[in-house]
Unconditional design. Structure first.
Length: 742
């Protein structure tokens, strides 16, 4: 890994074993982009990679050089209004009404490691030799606004982390109307764009399209990163697939309103922009103030989408997630939500927990409904005191009883919200986001607290922290069940109202930061009606998140498959729930529900007392199995093998670091009559190792399993011999492959 500056050609070269990133200081002082891709050898001059030519109808900077038009130059942090007609990375509104700026190179410095970003989640290093950071300072002469462009190249993997700090060194305040985290201008548009989109209970479905002229974008203007579009994008070459070919991944470490877009111009170059959504953003930057953008992470690979995902998985698992739980296998939990909803008493919870304990569950989680007047979803949010009718001994009493059973205890919160019917709201009705003289809209009967105000965050912190100090709470599920409307804060002046969306999410990060710092052993799971805020920003504070409110195993195939494009298996909250399922009313076999949930944090979302004796034994076996293999399932190298978006089957696998154990999940959605012969070509095994297949007892070398394949044909398809139980719809198997010691 190295960062080199060549003064003669004014070129920066950042490289490691996998990638190179080249930039040049242009004739006009702006920073140009030359190359991002597979590692190339360093040399003094690459300036010819900047192709310019005289084109008709272009506006040019210099009278004497008609080829120098920013419209046709690939840039690092472009502005609008000075010959470039594409969307800019930054827009600054000045006192005189001008929006034109002109950022020119000033200086650079290189530091070992990676600096933290003030108040924002970001990737980090533990040792200085893990990464190098280049900071390039640009300056707009007229406003004296400085832009510090940060580029961190990690020693391992094709990873480049980027962010920008804007500093007003001038004498007049300015308004940042747009401050993107990243601009990447690519020299051609021969890419397939792949996004993770959907809605509540259908998150992270993979959608693809070829890049076309004009702008294609995803984003959120909801205040949360959203169920609709995850802040992740992959651009892959048309011929690339899961196992080979070039791809670029872009992930934004942010949980609020965002935008990721690609603009393909008339000459087939592509401008990628990622950052805070400009439409909902207007930040007043007073003299001597600075603004830090969120971090955007770029990953390049020439080894296909699986490798792209594995690079993100490793980075986010080890250098984004933090704390006590980062590397620890996650406790198997039983959550009462789908078991009872709001209808429970302390004794009823103990009944559920006792059965869970008998089956081997390690953590009992009490979901919504334990506080204030929360008998339904119309009241109580904000009053984080136990409801004594339901819990006469309070949370402390319940937690003690759960601990006495030999389990840990976890609790649900929705810290950012309040109900009209709550003491919290009655006492402080002005602490919600709402606009003067406008109706305040509802979402799930609740209002959004004004987290742009420190006193609001403080008040919620006090309530949560005092409960954490008083009761034995080992896990917190942090929910968020509505998006923001009427985003206006009575605490801020009119010229700062465009800051509220971002200040809100900074308040959320602040509360997370205080709680995780003060209570480092509590395992936090983020949630926003399932996957409404399943993003890298949350992962920095909560190492796992509830992927979706849809707990149906077959629905989860697509959701988890899509989520795995960017997020590690250890981050995905996955539970076995009842059949018929509560979201799609589908009946699925118990083993399939577990076989899907194993690839995640794993738990149960049902009352185990309601199972038959036979099912209870099956659950005990599932839990025993998960305990045996969870370290590999959650932290192994994950490969997608068959896509549920493309066929009637899905398959994925995970391989231990020493390659001695692999677990393969195979899922068939509908049964087929007289089906084909099917095989899975496994990945990541050691070709020389001899593995025993748990399903057949047969032994195979790794090369055979990878190249000839693992046979998954269904022996009951067609004719059913009387001694075989026929398979049916929603069938699945887990193949455990364990090395035979030689
Ligand atoms: C939405 C969550 O995603 C569910 O799991 C559950 O916690 C409910 N909220 C409770 O209101």
């Amino acid at each position: 890994m190295n960062i080199i500056y060549h003064p003669s050609s004014k070129i920066f070269h950042l490289y490691n074993d996998s990638i190179s990133y080249l930039m040049i200081i242009l004739r006009n002082g702006h920073l140009g982009q030359l190359y991002f891709g597979k590692r190339i050898r360093d040399k003094e001059d690459f300036s010819y990679l900047l192709e310019t030519c005289e084109r008709p109808m272009t506006s040019c900077i210099y009278e004497d050089d008609k080829s120098f038009s920013l419209e046709h130059i690939r840039q690092e942090y472009p502005v609008f209004g000075t010959t470039d007609y594409r969307q800019p990375a930054v827009e600054i509104l000045q006192e005189n009404g001008s929006r034109i700026s002109d950022f020119k190179y000033c200086s650079f410095c290189v530091t070992a490691g990676k600096p933290a970003l003030n108040g924002l989640p970001a990737t980090y290093t533990e040792n200085d030799d893990e990464a190098l950071t280049l900071c390039i300072t640009l300056k707009d002469e007229v406003t004296s606004v400085h832009a510090e462009l940060l580029y961190t190249i990690f020693a391992k993997g094709g990873i480049l982390a980027r962010s920008v700090r804007l500093f007003n060194n001038g004498t007049q305040p300015v308004h940042l109307r747009r401050a993107m985290s990243l601009c990447l201008d690519l020299p051609d548009c021969n890419y397939v764009w792949q996004q993770l989109s959907g809605c509540w209970a259908r998150e992270c479905h993979i959608h693809t399209r070829s890049l076309a002229p004009g702008i294609q974008a995803i984003g959120s203007m909801r205040g949360n990163s959203s169920h609709e579009h995850n802040p992740f994008l992959a651009l892959k070459r048309p011929a690339a697939d899961e196992h080979q070919g070039e791809a670029i991944g872009l992930s934004l470490i942010y949980s609020g309103c965002y935008r990721i877009q690609a603009e393909t111009d008339a000459h087939d170059t592509v401008r990628l922009l990622a950052g805070i959504d400009p439409f909902t953003f207007d930040w007043k930057l007073d003299c001597k103030e600075s603004f830090q953008t969120p971090e955007a992470v770029l990953v390049y690979t020439d080894r296909g989408l699986n490798h792209l995902s594995q690079t993100f998985h490793k980075l986010y698992q080890k250098r984004l997630a933090r704390g006590y739980w980062r590397d620890r296998p996650r406790p198997i939990l039983n959550n009462n939500w789908e078991a009872t909803y709001f209808d429970f008493t302390e004794d009823r919870l103990i009944e559920i927990a006792a059965k869970a304990k008998e089956c081997g569950v390690e953590l009992f989680v009490l979901d919504d409904g334990w506080f204030g007047a929360r008998n339904n979803d119309k009241a109580g949010l904000g009053d984080w005191k136990p409801n004594k009718d339901r819990l006469p001994n309070g949370i402390t009493g319940l937690a003690n009883r759960i601990e006495a059973l030999g389990m840990k205890f976890g609790l649900w919160f929705e810290p950012e919200m309040t109900n009209k019917d709550s003491d919290f709201y009655r006492q402080r009705p002005d602490w919600i986001l709402s606009a003067p003289q406008r109706t305040t809209s509802h979402g799930r009967n609740q209002y959004v607290l004004d987290f742009s105000r420190t006193e609001v965050v403080d008040a919620i912190y006090e309530q949560m922290a005092s409960l954490f100090k008083e009761a034995k709470i080992s896990y917190v599920k942090w929910d968020m069940n509505r998006s923001i409307t009427e985003c206006y804060s009575s605490a801020w002046p009119s010229d700062r109202q465009g800051e509220i969306y971002h200040r809100y999410i900074l308040g959320v990060y602040d509360l997370y930061d205080r709680l995780t710092t003060e209570f480092p052993h509590i395992l936090f799971e983020s949630c926003a009606s399932g996957g409404g805020r399943f993003d890298p920003g949350m992962l920095y504070y909560a190492p796992q998140g509830w992927v979706s409110d849809n707990s149906d195993a077959i629905e989860r195939l697509k959701i988890q498959y899509g989520t795995s494009m960017c997020y590690p298996i250890s981050s995905m909250g996955t539970h076995v729930s009842v059949s018929p399922n509560h979201q799609v009313f589908r009946c699925t076999p118990l083993h399939t529900r577990a076989n899907v949930a194993y690839f995640g944090t794993f738990g149960y979302e049902l009352d185990l007392n309601k199972l038959t004796a036979e099912e209870t034994e099956e659950v005990k076996e599932q839990i025993r199995f998960m305990k045996q293999y969870r370290a590999i399932l959650q932290f192994g190298t994950f490969y997608r093998l068959k896509s549920p978006f493309e066929q009637n089957e899905a398959a994925w696998m995970t391989v231990s670091a020493d390659q001695k154990t692999a677990l393969v999940g195979w899922y068939r959605i509908l049964n087929c009559v007289n089906d084909r012969y099917t095989r899975l070509h496994l990945k990541g095994l050691n070709p020389d190792f001899l593995y025993r297949n748990s399903q057949t007892g047969m032994c195979h070398f790794g090369d055979e399993l990878m190249y000839a394949g693992l046979i998954t044909s269904d022996e009951t398809a067609g004719q059913v011999p009387s001694d075989i139980t026929p398979y049916t719809d929603f069938e699945s198997r887990i193949y455990v492959l364990e090395v035979i010691p030689s």
